[in-house]
Design a protein around this ligand. Structure first.
Ligand code: ATP
Ligand code: MG
Length: 274
């Protein structure tokens, strides 16, 4: 039974072309009324996640990439901390994308991403991502100039081209067993007064990005973030739901291997007795 799935299903963007940000309410808490109600569900979710991650790691075939993209101060760090609290640190890799360095700017924009993609058996979390390339870079056009792209390549189509390339990149990852799952949450934040002037531009950029990059292989979840206790639950549910959709199983021990283990066991027992 997919117990947790009900907490994330509503926030998954299914019909990309019709997507409108204003259809999603940041204050939404589903049917839950209190932090306490959510805490019990989250606890179960974290336990399930821990079990699934153990299998993911042992099977070593798939990787899950969770991308968190949100406005400053939306609480990405605390989501990571709470949702991943039960996960074995060995099976989890968190990567924070900051403004690109000089070396990174000398390369194409996905260059730095490739090195951070989680290896098989792992859950990778991107705290911000290549999606900044169609968000902050779109809102602040001077950033595009820093990228040293020839002006002849900077046309009206540049954002559509980036959407296309991002979708192609995500399809490539999916075909290689990396399940890509972007999430976005937002919250009005007065913390960043400078970026506040650009709020509407950002919201337009987010909306256009989701319309153009929400795919069945790499779905977007638009997660309400006014109530942190609900945000965490939705993200945990989305991760559990996605992992449950994979054919995760512990590797089977075949007859030869079992004999080998049996022989080793006897040897150990023998040594102890001797
Ligand atoms: P925190 O503030 O909690 O440490 P953060 O993710 O906000 O975490 P910052 O160093 O404040 O980290 O912000 C990172 C900055 O890097 C953001 O302003 C973001 O827009 C910017 N950034 C990330 N990727 C790119 C990119 N590809 N091009 C330009 N700016 C980027
Ligand atoms: Mg910051």
């Amino acid at each position: 039974m997919k117990k947790l799935g009900k907490f994330c299903a509503t926030y998954r963007v299914e019909d990309a072309k019709q997507f409108r940000l204003r259809d999603f309410d940041p204050a939404d808490t589903g049917k839950l009324r209190s932090r306490e109600q959510a805490a019990a569900a989250l606890q179960k979710g974290v336990a399930q996640l821990s079990e699934l991650q153990d299998k993911l790691y042992a099977q070593d075939r798939w990787a899950l990439l969770l991308i968190l993209q949100a406005m400053d101060a939306a609480g990405k760090d605390s989501v990571i901390k709470h949702v991943m609290s039960g996960v074995n640190p060995q099976g989890c890799q968190v990567y924070s994308f900051k403004a690109p360095s000089t070396e990174e700017l000398n390369h194409d924009y996905l260059w730095r991403t490739m090195r951070a993609v989680p290896e098989r058996g792992r859950i990778g979390i991107f705290n911000r991502s290549y999606y900044e390339e169609v968000l902050v870079v779109r809102v602040h056009s001077e950033l595009l100039k820093n990228e040293r792209i020839s002006p002849s390549l900077i046309t009206k189509k540049i954002w559509d081209h980036r959407f296309e390339d991002i979708c192609a990149f995500e399809r490539y990852l999916t075909r290689n067993g990396i399940i890509d799952q972007p999430e976005k949450n937002w919250k009005f934040s007065i913390a960043d007064i400078h970026e506040r002037e650009y709020w509407d531009d950002y919201m337009r950029a987010y909306e256009d990005m989701i319309r153009n990059t929400a795919t069945p292989e790499a779905p977007w979840y638009v997660v309400p973030a006014d109530h942190k206790w609900f945000t965490r639950l939705v993200v945990a549910a989305a991760v559990v739901d996605t992992l449950e959709g994979l054919d995760l199983a512990y590797p089977r021990v075949d007859a030869d291997k079992r004999k080998e283990l049996e022989a080793a066991r006897k040897l150990l027992v023998g040594n102890k007795q001797g």
